[in-house]
Design a protein around this ligand. Structure first.
Ligand SMILES: Cc1cc2nc3c(=O)[nH]c(=O)nc-3n(C[C@H](O)[C@H](O)[C@H](O)COP(=O)(O)OP(=O)(O)OC[C@H]3O[C@@H](n4cnc5c(N)ncnc54)[C@H](O)[C@@H]3O)c2cc1C
Length: 140
């Protein structure tokens, strides 16, 4: 999102499109532990810019759209619309790949049990919050 906003600022004539496979963009990942601990009252406070706000800056954000293949020869990306389960081709002049990282699973006995969470995306934070609210785990 930083690259998209910067590109638009540098050249307002550019058509900038962000493909995001998840449901959120532009949130403060570093604030998630404070939100889960209750120091930040609501998840909305972590969100810096919504897709609607980005649109007013001229950056189109396509949520639930996954880049599944890049063909550099034809300068196209095969995109899967996850909400409609369809694929289509999108052409580009310049492409920035910023796919981030995934949380590693613990490779220890019990590492895949319910209640063991990675905290990487806002979705994973929301899943952890649901668990904390429903199970209300306590120290033994
Ligand atoms: C709990 C936590 C605390 C942190 N604390 C700090 C801190 O205090 N200070 C600090 O500097 N940094 C901190 N970070 C790290 C910081 O948030 C990351 O460095 C930063 O988010 C990485 O940005 P990124 O754009 O590379 O990746 P991301 O923010 O992960 O963005 C990548 C996006 O690409 C999407 N994506 C991946 N593959 C595809 C695909 N094929 N098609 C479409 N979309 C795709 C993903 O869904 C994701 O939304 C923290 C991170 C976490 C999780």
């Amino acid at each position: 999102m930083s690259a998209a906003a910067k590109a638009k600022r540098e050249d307002p004539e550019l058509e900038v499109v962000v493909l995001e496979q998840g449901a959120h963009t532009s949130y403060a990942a570093c604030g998630m532990p404070y939100w889960l601990a209750g120091d930040v009252s609501e998840v909305q406070k972590l969100i810096a810019r919504t897709p609607q706000q980005m649109a007013t800056d001229g950056v189109r954000v396509d949520l639930h759209h996954q880049a599944v293949r890049i063909n550099a020869d034809t300068q196209t990306v095969i995109v899967r619309d996850l909400s409609a389960e369809r694929e289509f081709s999108m052409s580009y002049d310049q492409l920035v790949i910023a796919t981030g990282a995934r949380a590693a699973r613990l490779r220890i006995a019990g590492g895949d049990l319910d209640g063991v969470f990675g905290l990487r995306s806002l979705e994973s934070g929301l899943a952890l919050q649901r668990f904390l609210r429903s199970i209300r785990p306590r120290q033994p």
